[in-house]
Write a protein that binds this ligand. Sequence first.
Ligand code: MF3
Ligand code: CO
Length: 246
Amino acid sequence: MIKSSEEIELLRIAGQIVGDTHNYLKQFIKPGITTKELDKLAYDYIISRDATPSFLNYEGYPASICTSVNEEVVHGIPSNRVLQDGDIISIDIGACYKGYHGDSAWSYPVGNISEEKKYLLEHTEQSLYEGLSVIKPGMKIGDIGYAVEKYALDHKLGVVKELVGHGVGKHLHESPDVPNYGKKNTGMTLRKGMVIAVEPMLNLGTADIYILDDDWTIITADDKPSAHFEHTIVVTKDGYEILTKR
Ligand code: MF3
Ligand code: CO
């Protein structure tokens, strides 16, 4: 699980491509665009950077990005769905550069959104930073989950437990699992050179979810909105570095 400095350099490039893809897509996230059009824009951009979309064909996944709207939590498949004023959309992007992956999801407002959706976006983003803030060698995986969950519960948001963050490297998903809940001082010890994706998924209502008949899209059980923020980071000597910077 410990990456060499050569590997970290490639993971940094892969991560930067993911961050840049987010920056590029952002301008197109407006009422009227379809999620399939966003997928095509992402595909073309990632290819233009000499990388490949990590998600395309991953365990049969049929697109380059995941586009999860409103009550969709994660793994929404791009389609002819037209974004509407007031929607929120989580865009999850992975890119593979010279065999190494970067993975980052971000949730965006479409046009003008309600106060409660603003609250959800703001506090889900902050929960990611709360989780990251504890990262340094010697801390444990459980410390990350504890920080995310505490922040979420303090803000009355539901924490999705069935899906977790993960190690990142030559594979999109590696050990260890990085849950968004946990107990302080439990789980694997973080060490310099570990690369992990931290990715809280928080809901305005219940934490419960179900999966649609397409076998991918995850939905909140009460149809209330959900948000998802994810960065891939490397553990450094005294903290962490975000590899998927925006
Ligand atoms: N980015 C997702 C994750 O964070 C992976 C998407 S899986 C795919 O783990 F199959 F949809 F690609
Ligand atoms: Co991920």
